[in-house]
Design a protein. Structure first.
Length: 150
């Protein structure tokens, strides 16, 4: 089970596969250059991106604007944060994973929004974490914003 025991790791990975299958071909092609890492909660890679009160959904670690650089870029997905946000609604989890992947691929390509946000719809409550720099390159995060209630 995931960190909260809401959905199993296997179910989360199935949601990830569904989300990836539904992405546009150009985005799926770009994901070939990015390692996807699933963790229950943020680890050391996210130490600079974690902000108190804002659960981290996803984190991009790599050099923006470059594909296939020397060090492989990574997108970290944090299962516990998706569980906290979506509960046991697997379809919602898949939708949120897809949105997070789209935002992180945009960051990988150097296409992050000017305001540092995620570029999501107005009714989407995930907000970007800005540009946090780490020794390995740039790091951008998706965080849940508690200000929008659904």
């Amino acid at each position: 089970m995931g960190a909260l025991g809401v959905i199993s790791e296997s179910e989360f990975r199935q949601a990830l596969e569904r989300a990836m299958a539904d992405l546009p071909a150009s985005v799926r092609n770009e994901l070939k250059n990015i390692e996807i890492v699933v963790r229950d909660r943020p680890g050391e890679e996210a130490s600079e991106a974690v902000k108190e009160g804002h659960p981290l959904l996803a984190l991009y670690v790599g050099s923006s604007g470059e594909s296939g650089g020397a060090a492989k870029a990574r997108i970290y997905l944090y299962q516990a944060a998706f569980e906290e946000r979506c509960g046991d609604d697997r379809e919602w989890v898949a939708e949120e994973i897809q949105l997070a992947l789209l935002r992180q691929v945009k960051r990988h390509l150097g296409m992050a929004d000017d305001d540092g946000g995620d570029g999501g719809d107005d009714d989407e409550s995930s907000k970007g974490g800005g540009n946090e720099t780490t020794p390995g390159g740039e790091s951008d995060a998706d965080e849940e914003d508690d200000s929008d209630e659904e």
